[in-house]
Ligand binder design. Structure first.
Ligand code: GLN
Length: 485
């Protein structure tokens, strides 16, 4: 690993705010950034596989000579881009070209930035924690190519970490932005539910999904939130409250901030190196003037089972529309019913089928009350734990994931083990609160470690103040993987 000290001037290695400064002073054009990215993708992506369909979709934009002043953003393959394939890395959406842009894409265009038509790899329909469930093959972690980048937004996180993207969008239903950000040593934010429009995000679990930024540092994260946040009449769950300028909270300071450490998160099963990195980060924040106290989030132990009931229930319903009639792939068959069966049987991957079956089961007559309804009630208890804790706290700090990145193939045949990678992230989705993963160290083997900062609904600003103060006093965000393509 190496510290980037600004001597290496390749544009693709810079942050978006550094590039924006250069664009403003007239030293470079957006076209230069596209060229640097394209070169890097051609050189590094055969090893990393952060992008999908790259054989057919380079160059990165069609009208890039006309794009001025913007810094291109990489987009996960489940966010609709008009005219460009959006397939959720699933065979069932093979060849699907959306007729409209997701609201976040419209906002990117409206802000003078551009998006890359080459989309980032992901677990099929965002089902997973390792990006091993993609119909386009797995993504490798740039810090060690034998390890997973996390998931499901593993392509976006690996692209940013390997300097194949400047910044990126992911989606997070149970940790899919934060966990890959922690595995790849970058910053990832899941905004408050309702802060960013889900219109045009292909739904996994509608009551949990949020789109959010994956970036090289905290300032870029705030800048990208400024672009994508806000009310959208096309999304009935988006909330009509004012969006602050998030860059303004970066320097608000953290003296006297009250921070909770939930005792249920520092227990058996937490990797010792992750534990000590997060504890060390807490010590740094203490020195900077934040006040810490232990808190209890009593219902934490139920978060994983509750999530896998609610998320699969919603997924089974959302995925019912993929039947070979309206979108993507269709199998040949003698009649309509056989066509539905064959199409779904041939085109959904193993994990998608597992979730459709599980979700259909928990919603079925006779089991609905015992599983789905009960899970909804426990979800409320989990949310109330946070409401209570935040009555006298500004933020909560936890590890992002109980372990650093694991080896490719290690968990893919053991769904329960895989599901446990999200034990620290899914409560935030169940409660609807915002959460960020921020680099806070490395293991002895050189794999990144992330800490998670949670705050109350619509208090992303507090997360930005805290994370920026930490980042200013540490060097983790400057580390670069030094893999040779
Ligand atoms: N890993 C979790 C799952 O498989 C979360 C995925 C996500 O946030 N999209 O459901």
């Amino acid at each position: 690993m190496a510290i980037s000290n600004g001597v290496d001037k390749k544009l693709n290695t810079l942050t978006a705010h550094e590039l924006l400064d250069k664009l403003k002073s007239g030293g470079i054009s957006s076209e230069d950034i596209f060229s640097a990215l394209e070169k890097r993708i051609k050189e590094a992506d055969p090893k990393v596989n952060a992008y999908v369909r790259n054989q057919v979709q380079l160059p990165l934009a069609d009208n890039r000579k006309n794009i001025t002043g913007g810094v291109p953003i990489a987009i996960k393959d489940n966010i609709c881009t008009e005219g460009y394939n959006t397939e959720c890395c699933s065979k069932i959406l093979e060849g699907f070209i959306p007729p409209y842009d997701a609201t976040v894409i419209k906002k990117i265009k409206g802000s003078g930035h551009a998006f890359l038509k080459l989309k980032t790899n992901m677990d099929e329909f965002a089902f997973g924690s390792s990006t091993e469930n993609s119909s386009f093959g797995l993504t490798h972690n740039p810090w060690n190519l034998d390890y997973v980048p996390g998931g499901s937004s593993g392509g976006s996180a690996a692209a940013v970490a390997s300097d194949e993207a400047i910044w990126a969008l992911g989606s997070d239903t149970g940790g899919s932005i934060r966990q890959p950000a922690s595995f790849c040593g970058v910053v990832g934010l899941k905004p408050t539910y309702g802060r960013v429009s889900r219109y045009g995000l292909i739904a996994f679990a509608s009551s949990l999904d949020q789109i959010g930024p994956i970036t090289k540092d905290v300032r870029d994260c705030a800048l990208l939130m400024n672009i994508i946040a806000g009310y959208d009449p096309n999304d009935s769950t988006s909330v009509n409250t004012q969006v602050p300028d998030y860059t303004k909270s970066l320097n608000s300071g953290i003296k006297g901030l009250k921070i909770g450490i939930p005792k249920e998160y520092f227990v058996e099963g937490l990797d010792p190196e992750v534990n000590s990195a997060v504890k060390e980060a807490i010590n740094i924040l203490k020195k900077l003037g934040a006040d810490f106290k232990e808190v209890s989030l009593n219902h934490t132990q139920y978060a994983v089972p509750v999530y896998y009931i609610i998320a699969t229930a919603e997924a089974s319903s959302n995925l019912a529309r993929f039947d070979g009639v309206q979108y993507g792939f269709r199998s040949k068959a003698a009649n309509l019913i056989d066509m539905y069966k064959k199409t779904r049987g041939e085109a959904f991957g193993e994990e998608a089928k597992r979730r459709i079956i599980l979700g259909t089961f928990v919603l079925s007559h006779g089991y609905y009350d015992a599983y789905y309804l009960r899970a909804l009630k426990v979800r409320t208890l989990i949310k109330q734990d946070f409401d209570k804790a935040f009555q006298d706290l500004d933020c909560i700090i936890t590890p992002t994931s109980p372990s650093p990145a694991f080896k490719i193939g290690e968990r893919v045949d053991d769904p329960l083990k895989m599901y446990l990678s999200d034990i620290y992230t899914i409560s935030a989705n169940l409660a609807g609160i915002p959460g960020m993963s921020l680099p806070c160290g490395f293991t002895k083997k050189g794999l990144p470690i992330g800490m998670q900062i949670l705050a109350k609904h619509f208090d992303e600003e507090r997360i930005f103040s805290l994370s920026f103060a930490y980042e200013q006093n540490t060097e983790w965000h400057k580390m670069k993987p030094d893999f040779k393509p």
